[in-house]
Structures are given as structure tokens and as C-alpha cells.
Design a protein. Structure first.
Length: 219
């Protein structure tokens, strides 16, 4: 994860250096399209709009980007908090040895009271791989007959998964915001096409946290 972020950071720095060093221009018959503002918005949404003097649209894309990053980071933080909570809970109430356990293990202990119950059921299914997986005592768990505790654990685990899924969803929103901002800059430079005026307008509702994009075509 750290290596991936480092590579992304280096790529962004390189692109920014290119933008600062020269104003890239794509030559066409009509009209002339400047690439620098497009690349700026592709890297940091809203900056391309600002460079073209459209502060209102640039501000909208910038606010959307900030909101998406805040919600993304918040979602993964909540997921990690819930993960630590359900792991501590399982350690205290089911005698689970937490270290080295993967997601499949946490799903299984939320569905079965003990390791023995899990093994017996999968033997009936002739699922030898699952049985082999839990043959060592380090994979043991026992909720001591407390269904309520197991269900409480499962609720915490599901909450963690949902927060992580939300984080991934918001990452998709970030990528989309970058792309739409770059497209918006392209249309700002070519407002009047042969078919009329086409614009993208992002809208963010802070109450519902919904992010929408409107495509406006004027003839």
C-alpha cells in the first residue's frame, strides 16, 4: 500500500512539473485546445477551471474533491476501528488468537459457535479443504454457547465491511470527479460546438452526502 501511494505521488509530481515547465497545446484546425488546464483538472479537480478564470465551477469541483477525500478517509478509519473492536471482542469472549487471521476466518467464527461445529458440518459437506484449514489449535474459537455474543461480534464485523465498502465506493467517486473535471475543462475551451453548448455541472448535497453530475445541452 505504501509503495503504491509513493508511486502515485511521484507520478503526480512529474505531471505537475511538466505543467509548470510548459504550456502544452494540442493543435487542431478549430479551435485550439490547451492541454495544461485539462491535465491540471485531471490531477487536481477544479484547478483547470480556475486557470481558465471560471472560479465558480472550479470551486465546486474542489469542494466535491475535498468532501470525497474526507468521507473516504473517514470510512476506512471507521472500518479499522470496528475491526479492532470485533477482534478484541472475539479474543475476550471466544478465546480467539487474533494474530495472522484473515477475513474468511472472521466470517466463519461469526457463523459457527465453535471450531468443532464448523468442522463437523463441513465434513458432512465433504469440504476437506475447509476442515484442513482449521486443524491447528491456533485457529480455535468457542463462544461458550452464547449466541448473543456471537451475533454481537457478527454485527461489528459486518459494520467494518460496510465502512470499507463505502470507502471503496468513494474512491470511485474521486476517480470520476477527476475525469469529469477534465472533461468540463475541455468543454469550457470549446463552449459552442456544432450541436450547441454542452456542459457538465457537479452538485454535492452536504445533508444527504449525495454526489450528482448534470449534463446540460443547449441548442
Amino acid at each position: 500500500m505504501v509503495q503504491t501511494l509513493s508511486k502515485i505521488t511521484l507520478i503526480i509530481i512529474f505531471i505537475l512539473q511538466v505543467i509548470v515547465a510548459q504550456d502544452l497545446v494540442l493543435e487542431k484546425n478549430t479551435p485550439k485546445v490547451k492541454l495544461a488546464p485539462i491535465i491540471k483538472s485531471l490531477v487536481i479537480p477544479g484547478t483547470g477551471e480556475f486557470s481558465l478564470g471560471n472560479k465558480t465551477r472550479g470551486r465546486v469541483f474542489s469542494l466535491v474533491e475535498s468532501a470525497l477525500w474526507i468521507t473516504t478517509i473517514g470510512s476506512f478509519l471507521m472500518s479499522n476501528i470496528d475491526q479492532r473492536e470485533f477482534q478484541v471482542f472475539a479474543s475476550e469472549h471466544a478465546n480467539v488468537f487474533v494474530s495472522g487471521k484473515d477475513r474468511e476466518f472472521w466470517v466463519d467464527i461469526g457463523n459457527y459457535d465453535t471450531r468443532e461445529v464448523f468442522i463437523q458440518e463441513h465434513l458432512r459437506f465433504r469440504d476437506n479443504d475447509a476442515v484442513e484449514r482449521y486443524k491447528n489449535i491456533e485457529w480455535d474459537w468457542d463462544w461458550k454457547g452464547s449466541t448473543s455474543q456471537r451475533e454481537s461480534f457478527e454485527s461489528m464485523r459486518i459494520s467494518s465491511d460496510r465502512w470499507a465498502l463505502a470507502g471503496k465506493f468513494f474512491i470511485g467517486g474521486i476517480v470520476l470527479n477527476h475525469i469529469v473535471s477534465a472533461i468540463d475543462v475541455l468543454y469550457l475551451q470549446n463552449r459552442f460546438l456544432s450541436t450547441g453548448k454542452i456542459t457538465f455541472v457537479p452538485r454535492y448535497d452536504p445533508v444527504t452526502t449525495n454526489l450528482t453530475y448534470s449534463l446540460i445541452v443547449q441548442f
